[in-house]
Write a protein that binds this ligand. Structure first.
Ligand SMILES: C[S@@+](CC[C@H](N)C(=O)[O-])C[C@H]1O[C@@H](n2cnc3c(N)ncnc32)[C@H](O)[C@@H]1O
Length: 272
C-alpha cells in the first residue's frame, strides 16, 4: 500500500491527534465511536505518531466521546430535517459523513485549510452529495459556495479555540447573515481549559495554539442577538461521556458543582 506522506503544521497538525484518538478508541472494547474508517485512514498515513505519546487508552476515549456527541446532534437534526445542508467546519481528518451516512437529500460540505483538504482527498473516497471546501473559515469566500435553500446544520468540533476572539465573533455573524436561519453546534474551552490544552500542545508540538476561551454561554449570547442558546452542556457531564473510563467518570462527579472545572469543555448548540 502506498503511504500518504503527511506534513501539516500548527492547528492543522492537531487533526492527526483526534484521528489517532478515534482510531485508538475503535480498537478498544467497548469502543465509543466505532470509527473503523479512522483506523484504515491512520494505516495509510506516513507520519511520526510517536509525538502522540500522550494520547493513550485513557485519553483517546475523550476524542471519541466528543465526536459521538456531535454525531448524535447531527443525526437528531437530520431526523427532523431529512432534506438539509450540513456544513462541517474544521473537519480535519474526521470521517463523520461516512459515520452518519446521510441520504441523497442531504448536501454535505466539509471545510478546512487547503493542506488538510489535500490530505483528505488522498485518504478518503468521493461520495454523492459530498463536497470539500479548501479554505480558512476566517475568509468570507467559503460561504458563497454553500446554498441557502435548505435547512442548515453547521458544526464545528475543535475549532473555536484556534480562532482569535475577533475572528470567532466575525464567523458567527457571517454565518447568521448568510443563512438567515439554522442550527450551529460547536464546542469551546473555558479559560482553564485553554490553559490546560495549551500546556499539552506545547509539550507535543512546541507551541501553544489556543486563543479564544468560551467561559459560558454568555460569551456567545453577546455576539449577536439573533443567536439563541439551545444547549450549553459540560463536556464532562454530556451523555456520551457516560461511556468514558471509570476514572474519568469519577472526576466528573467530583467537579459537577465547580464550574471552572465542570466547564473545561463545553458543547454548545444555538439556533438563529
Ligand atoms: C483538533 S482538530 C479537529 C478536527 C476535527 N474537527 C476532529 O474533531 O477530528 C482542529 C482542526 O481545526 C482546523 N482549523 C483551525 N483553524 C481553522 C481555520 N481558521 N479554518 C479552517 N480550519 C481550521 C485545523 O486545520 C484542524 O483540522
Amino acid at each position: 500500500m502506498t503511504q500518504v506522506k503527511v506534513r501539516l503544521d500548527r492547528a492543522m497538525e492537531t487533526s492527526l491527534v483526534t484521528l489517532y484518538g478515534k482510531a485508538l478508541d475503535a480498537r478498544m472494547t467497548p469502543s465509543i465511536l466505532n470509527d473503523h474508517m479512522a483506523v484504515e485512514a491512520l494505516s495509510k498515513i506516513d507520519y511520526d505518531f510517536s509525538r502522540m505519546k500522550a494520547v493513550n487508552e485513557k485519553v483517546a476515549p475523550n476524542a471519541a466521546s466528543r465526536s459521538k456527541h456531535f454525531d448524535d446532534w447531527t443525526r437528531e437534526f437530520l431526523a427532523a430535517n431529512p432534506t438539509a445542508t450540513v456544513v462541517h467546519l474544521a473537519c480535519g481528518l474526521d470521517t463523520r459523513v461516512w459515520r452518519i451516512d446521510p441520504g441523497p437529500s442531504v448536501a454535505w460540505f466539509d471545510v478546512d485549510f487547503p493542506d488538510v483538504i489535500d490530505v483528505r482527498r488522498k485518504l478518503f473516497p468521493a461520495r454523492p452529495g459530498y463536497q470539500m471546501i479548501a479554505s480558512s473559515v476566517t475568509s468570507e469566500a467559503w460561504l458563497s459556495a454553500i446554498p441557502t435553500d435548505r435547512p442548515v446544520f453547521l458544526l464545528a468540533e475543535g475549532l473555536t479555540m484556534y480562532l482569535s476572539p475577533a475572528d470567532g465573533h466575525l464567523l458567527f455573524r457571517r454565518v447568521v447573515d448568510h443563512f438567515g436561519h439554522g442550527t450551529f453546534a460547536f464546542d469551546g474551552h473555558n479559560r482553564y481549559g485553554i490553559w490546560l490544552v495549551n500546556l499539552m500542545l506545547k509539550r507535543a508540538f512546541g507551541n501553544p495554539m489556543l486563543e479564544w476561551a468560551i467561559n459560558s454561554r454568555a460569551d456567545i449570547d453577546a455576539i449577536d442577538s439573533r443567536l439563541h442558546c439551545v444547549n450549553a452542556d459540560s463536556a464532562l457531564l454530556a451523555p456520551a461521556s457516560r461511556a468514558l473510563p471509570p476514572s474519568t467518570r469519577l472526576l466528573t462527579r467530583l467537579v459537577k458543582h465547580f464550574p471552572p472545572l465542570r466547564d473545561l469543555g463545553l458543547y454548545l448548540r444555538y439556533t438563529f
